[in-house]
Design a protein around this ligand. Structure first.
Ligand code: GRF
Length: 200
């Protein structure tokens, strides 16, 4: 009898990638959705699916002069209480300090809208589009990678190239890239969850 893997998903925005995971036919149970932004529509998507949510703002820590490492350590401990098998960062716009990664004892994977080694940070799509306009690249893409203390730099699990097409506006390209992300996050999560199907 295999136990269904427990997954915690961290979000900060609209949650379209969370929705892709929720809609997918994956052998997993999303046991908690965490957002550092109260207005994140992702929280409404989780609530609509009767998935537990946690709003974890950083501001109370900074207002109290407490460090990001303390925020990260506290968040890791709260997540550990759910005994997850996998943590998925799906549009999570917060750079973890080692304090988080040292405390969670399961794989942490992150979706990033760029290819390995290209355009780290929170403006990846815009930066890639600008590079295309300047003739430096003909394609960008997205990846899901293992999370390490270095920003957007962990080993890639799966990548998807998304070419630019003549006449692309930033919005048209972003839409094409987000569609690729929605497929990629499911493929990557399925791939990582495979390890839980191995006979003990
Ligand atoms: C995605 O493009 C993700 O790669 C980036 O932020 C966006 C999140 O979208 N980090 P959503 O909140 O999943 O709709």
């Amino acid at each position: 009898m295999t136990v269904t893997p427990r997954v915690v998903v961290l979000v900060s925005g609209s949650g379209s990638n969370l929705q892709a995971l929720m809609n997918a036919d994956l052998e997993m149970q999303i046991v908690l959705v965490v957002s550092n932004r109260k207005a994140a529509f992702a929280l409404e998507r989780a609530a609509a699916a009767v998935i537990a949510t946690l709003y974890a703002p950083l501001k109370p820590y900074t207002d109290a002069g407490r460090s990001r490492a303390e925020y990260d350590a506290d968040l890791a401990q709260k997540i550990n209480l759910l005994e997850p098998d996998l943590i998925v960062l799906a549009g999570w716009m917060h750079v973890f300090t080692p304090a988080f990664l040292e405390r969670v004892r399961v794989p942490v994977i992150n979706l990033h809208p760029a290819l390995p080694g290209q355009f780290p940070g929170s403006h990846a799509i815009e930066d890639a589009y600008q590079a295309w306009l300047e003739g430096e690249i003909t394609a960008s893409g997205c990846m899901v990678h293992h999370v390490t203390p270095e920003l957007d730099a962990g080993e890639a699990i799966v990548t998807r190239v998304v070419p630019f097409i003549a006449g692309d506006t930033l919005e048209i390209f972003a839409e094409r890239l987000h569609a690729a992300e929605h497929e990629l996050i499911v493929t990557a999560t399925r791939s990582v969850l495979e390890i839980f199907k191995q006979p003990a």
